[in-house]
Ligand binder design. Structure first.
Ligand code: P6P
Length: 340
């Protein structure tokens, strides 16, 4: 009989090994797990809206399901606020920091999340995901919360992960001691350990980028992508192109198979010179995961986790995946930035 370890058991086991653990983190994580189960149930109904509508099912209304990212956002804010261990939250869907409602107990953690990344794909049944990033408060709890408590560099994350809603629902996360994957058994309603100690291959055979924007790329980005498409790379033949247009799905595949995901800066939108992906709720959590799995994540030059955030919805170029592939990107960009 295979050893069945639930995510709750796994967290308690790991937290028991953390000196001075108070149980606060476990309570926060349990609310993430509950939110994941609730969102998974709703995401998996999305395709049944018309059918359910004919049966008079009042649980799922078209506008509610079509607005699945708003639904996921509401669920996460409601559940996480009731963990009793947060002093603030931030969401990709909310312009400003989310205060904990008065009357609810607070604690020393901050969570930043993208409630349903890639949600535009739900109508065509493409995998989508929730991404989260957890920090400890820096300022004294006796003082008012500081913006600097939320705008911390990625190296300060205490945990990061994602929930992938696809052929099965998976929870993949790290608390700084490796990356572990759990698959939801809907019959039991538990996330069971299915991918212990995930390691990303040091070199991949896949590159993931939206080549539709190639006319907007700068010269180093063009050289980087041509390198992976050529036969003059470490692989001695062209890498396979795989791009779903859903960060969590593209990242998850490359994490398990090896490869590199690129969302470079492009000249398409002068208001978004740094590309589309957000530092705090997308790049940082994925960067912590990939480094914990033996990979790398850079903005073309510097380590994503060492970027000091300027503002909540700051965007960054992202090159993330197998260590040797990301190192190659760094070498090519360095050529264009070396003095002289
Ligand atoms: P593009 C989804 O909208 C998302 O934020 C990520 O999940 C995905 O990687 C990216 O945008 C896709 O962007 O510009 O290629 O459609």
């Amino acid at each position: 009989m295979p050893q069945q370890v639930t995510v709750t058991e796994h967290i308690i086991l790991h937290q028991n090994m953390v000196p001075k653990a108070t149980g606060q983190f476990t309570r926060l994580f349990n609310e993430i797990v509950l939110s994941a189960k609730i969102i998974s149930r709703q995401v998996n109904k999305a395709g049944l809206v018309d059918v359910l509508g004919f049966t008079g099912d009042t649980n799922v209304q078209g506008e509610e399901v079509k607005k699945l990212d708003e639904y996921a956002n509401r669920i996460l804010i409601h559940r996480l606020a009731r963990s009793g261990v947060l002093c603030a939250m931030a969401s990709e869907e909310n312009a400003d920091i989310i205060e904990i409602p008065h009357g609810l107990p607070q604690g020393g953690y901050i969570i930043i999340f993208d409630p349903l990344d890639g949600s535009s794909n739900i109508d065509v049944n493409v995998n989508i995901g929730t991404i989260f990033s957890i920090y400890r408060r820096v300022s004294p709890s006796s003082e008012p919360l500081m913006t600097s408590d939320v705008l911390q560099p990625g190296v300060e994350q205490v945990a990061a992960g994602y929930i992938l809603y696809g052929s099965s629902t998976m929870l993949v996360f790290t608390t700084g001691t490796g990356v572990h994957g759990f698959t939801l058994d809907p019959g039991v309603g538990e996330f069971l350990l299915s991918h212990p100690n995930i390691r990303i291959p040091e070199q991949g055979k896949i590159y993931s980028v939206n080549e539709g924007y190639s006319q907007y790329w700068d010269e180093p980005t063009r050289e980087v992508v041509n390198y992976f498409k050529s036969s003059e790379n470490n692989h001695k033949k062209p890498y396979s192109a795989r791009y779903i247009g859903s960060l969590v799905a593209d990242f998850h595949r490359n994490l398990l198979y090896g490869g590199i995901f690129l969302y470079p800066a492009d000249l398409r939108d002068p208001k978004k010179p740094a590309g589309k992906l957000r530092l705090l709720c997308e790049a940082n959590p994925m960067a912590m995961l990939v480094e914990q799995a033996g990979g790398m994540a850079i903005d073309g030059h510097k380590r994503i986790l060492e970027i000091d955030p300027d503002h909540l919805h700051q965007r960054v170029p992202l090159f993330i995946g197998s260590r040797d592939d990301v190192k190659k990107v760094q070498q090519i960009y360095a050529k264009y930035n070396s003095p002289g």
